[in-house]
Design a protein. Structure first.
Length: 408
């Protein structure tokens, strides 16, 4: 979300971490590319992963499809053996005593050749009778091309359907550690150069409720700790629920509810003991996202969000329009560079204040493992506000690491 507070207070800190957030859609995923790599499969829910800061988007994981030979399964082999019946002995009609030779064209030099069938073995044991046709060297091979079994003849084996693909996880755990620094971390007229560390966990689920429809839900917990302004350290708790819809192969939409709560983490603010909640923000969200593959390596991701929040205290209630465009170029399957632009327009509903925020950043993304990603970004933020104490101008720098684990 845009930085909308000016004073170095605990309430201001809640807006200073990162600008509005977005999701990268997979050709799936990513694919929540989650950032994409052309040679990787993605979990179906990769495109639905919780919204992350634009510069810290999670890479979707690859579903490792385990292959197996169905004929090596003992249970399947036993079923085949039980259902297989001995084939009836097939003997050429020319071997029958009362059969007459079939007319045929004679050889140009030798004339008509008459083939004499080998003498039949005398009647013997039951085992000999069973193997009579199978041991005949003139007997045709089975339909499969192999010689018939000496006792059972041709077994009616049928190919079994391939095993179903492995079940994809429906619940994910995202572990992340972010570092953010700004030359004007509180968006104030008198800039403060400081940085913060934000470790956190996200529990996310996206069960399908239709062919192209998912219910999405997540719980986030983050710890925000400043380098020098430790008196305003705080903890963050987020909830999210919504309906995610695939509108086309490249476009997705979501409508839902979210909640953000901030709590005092230290005892350095008079009158605000540890654990005091100083923000409770409920919001209704409408989001559209799109991914366009411009060529084999270049892609464009766009994201729009309309959010109406009802906050306590009410001076934080606002109507927010956010737009993000991100160009990504894949140098290698696991190395990507990007250029990201973000615009946010905030209209406060309880006070007279309007903000316009812009951010332009260059990004480098490296996927170390199939579920681990590193991001580095550097950029510049600017804008204006009807509040004369607000100034969005400042240099920004960020580093993040994210691990995406499929639980069950």
């Amino acid at each position: 979300m845009p930085k909308t507070l000016a004073l170095p207070s605990a309430e201001a800190a809640s807006q200073s971490i990162a600008p509005p957030i977005t999701t990268t859609v997979a050709p799936a995923p990513r694919p929540p590319k989650p950032l994409t790599t052309p040679q990787r499969q993605r979990y179906r829910a990769a495109a639905l992963l919780p919204l992350q800061p634009l510069q810290a988007t999670i890479a979707p994981t690859k579903a490792d499809a385990a292959s197996s030979n169905p004929f090596t399964d003992p249970a399947i082999a036993e079923t085949i053996a039980q259902n297989a019946a001995p084939a009836s002995s097939q003997t050429d009609r020319s071997n029958q005593p009362d059969s007459k030779p079939q007319p045929s064209d004679g050889d140009p030099e030798l004339g008509v050749l008459r083939l004499q069938a080998p003498p039949r073995a005398p009647a013997g044991t039951a085992d000999d009778a069973i193997g009579q046709g199978a041991t005949d060297p003139q007997q045709a091979p089975c339909a499969s091309g192999v010689q018939p079994d000496p006792e059972l003849g041709c077994l009616p084996l049928q190919p079994l359907p391939p095993p179903p693909p492995p079940r994809q996880p429906a619940v994910f755990l995202l572990v992340h550690v972010d570092y953010f620094r700004s030359s004007n971390v509180f968006s104030a007229v008198d800039p403060v150069d400081d940085g913060l560390v934000r470790p956190g966990l996200t529990l996310f689920t996206a069960p399908a409720i239709g062919r192209n429809t998912y219910f999405v839900g997540s719980i986030d917990g983050n710890l925000i700790r400043y380098n020098t302004q430790s008196q305003i350290d705080y903890n963050e708790l987020r909830f999210r629920a919504g309906i995610f819809q695939r509108l086309s192969p490249t476009m997705f939409g979501e409508i839902g509810w979210s909640n953000q709560q901030l709590f005092i983490a230290g005892s350095k603010i008079p009158g605000l003991p540890v654990g005091t909640r100083f923000l409770n923000d409920h919001a209704l969200r409408f989001e559209l996202s799109r991914r366009d593959q411009l060529n084999k390596r270049l892609s464009l991701n766009t994201f729009y969000q309309l959010r109406l929040s009802f906050a306590d205290p009410d001076i934080r209630s606002r109507l927010l329009n956010s737009f993000i465009a991100s160009f990504s170029y894949d140098f290698q399957p696991n190395l990507q560079v990007g250029l990201d632009y973000q615009f946010a327009l905030a209209n406060f509903t309880a006070i007279k204040r309007d903000d316009q925020y812009h951010q332009l950043a260059a990004r480098l993304t490296y996927t170390a493992f199939r579920n681990t990603q590193f991001n580095v970004f550097v950029g510049y933020s600017f804008g204006n506000s009807s509040d004369s104490t607000i100034d969005f101008s400042g240099l920004i720098l960020g580093v993040s690491m994210t691990i995406n684990l499929g639980l069950f």
